[in-house]
Design a protein around this ligand. Structure first.
Ligand code: FE2
Ligand code: FE2
Ligand code: FE2
Length: 316
């Protein structure tokens, strides 16, 4: 059986359990980007890049915590999260070629007026980002259209404003943004990246592990070192390539459920009480919940059962 992962789903699941706000906004912006790029007749390869970049455009906010700044109608011009997001994508993900788009996703058209590829695509993300934020702020369709028309050639590229007005009129976008569940948006494109390419898969799993850093640095260190040691043990046991691969993948994701464990328990420097231990043990259940249906069953089983002992004791 081929090993394949629905990678975007997996990373979304991890970020969602750390904080739903930024990634759910990313999912909605990716949905809008899909429509905007179709409207502008953008070619498939770039469309795909823009959709992925949109999904993670506010990933830097996991560190900078700019909740208040992000959901307000008028964007301020630079946000620390643009730089943080750029650095994350460039150095901790396989999406390094889209990092520039994220860096410029709050740039104003009339200040840059740059024809540079990265700026132009940052502008596209900015336009759909504002559309979602305005809806989240409760603005009416009329107010939103008025805002975009007023900002045509100022905050936004004129082409993007035309495309935004068109998708509002033709696709009933405002109603969809107000009524769809997050899963309805996500279902449009989260399957875009189902891969069995092992090199790519490892790169995304590393990205996944780096998202742990937004919650708990020790979980990042623990997951990567567990995967490395598991790989060495599998080598010593002369596992076949395929089996070794599964062990390493499981090592990388085994504690993903810890993103739902309260930090006071996860990083408590002293011994856990019985009640705290009960909560701690739930992380394997959450690992299963996040990964089920997204990774292969063998990998899921290894990850889920990583606290079981050889005599059958341990948990779950
Ligand atoms: Fe942003
Ligand atoms: Fe945003
Ligand atoms: Fe664990």
């Amino acid at each position: 059986m081929k090993t394949s992962f629905r990678l975007m789903d997996l990373i979304k699941g991890s970020l969602e359990s750390i904080n739903k706000i930024y990634i759910n906004h990313g999912v909605r912006v990716a949905f809008l980007m899909d429509l905007l790029t179709r409207q502008e007749g953008i070619k498939k390869v770039l469309r795909r890049k823009l959709i992925f970049a949109s999904l993670f455009h506010d990933i830097g906010a996991y560190r900078t915590n700019e909740e208040k700044n992000l959901v307000r109608p008028i964007a301020i011009k630079t946000y620390p999260h643009c730089l943080e997001g750029y650095l994350f994508l460039k150095y901790f993900s396989p999406l390094e070629n889209y990092a520039d788009f994220i860096l410029y996703h709050h740039s104003f058209y009339d200040e840059t007026r740059s024809k540079e590829f990265a700026y132009r695509n940052g502008e596209r993300i900015h336009a759909v980002d504002r559309l979602d934020v305005l809806v989240l702020c409760g603005e009416s369709e009329e107010q939103i259209k008025k805002f975009f028309k007023k900002q045509k050639g100022k905050m936004f590229h004129p082409e993007d404003v035309d495309a935004i007005i068109k998708i509002i009129d033709d696709f009933n976008v405002i109603t969809k943004l107000k009524t769809y569940t997050i899963d309805q948006f996500a279902n449009f494109y989260l399957n875009l990246l189902v891969t069995s390419d092992k090199k790519l898969l490892f790169k995304y799993l590393k990205m996944l592990d780096f998202t742990f850093e937004y919650y708990s640095l020790s979980t990042l260190f623990h997951s990567t070192s567990t995967a490395t040691i598991a790989c060495s043990l599998a080598k010593l046991d002369r596992y076949k390539k395929k089996e070794k691969f599964k062990v390493v993948c499981a090592g990388m994701i085994h504690d993903i459920g810890k993103t739902t464990t309260p930090l006071a328990i996860l990083e408590k420097p002293t011994k856990l009480t019985d009640d705290e231990m009960k909560i701690m043990k739930q992380h394997v259940v959450h690992t299963k919940e996040i990964c089920e249906g997204i990774v292969d069953d063998d990998i899921l089983t290894i990850a889920y059962r990583h606290h079981e002992r050889i005599d059958g004791s341990g948990y779950p």
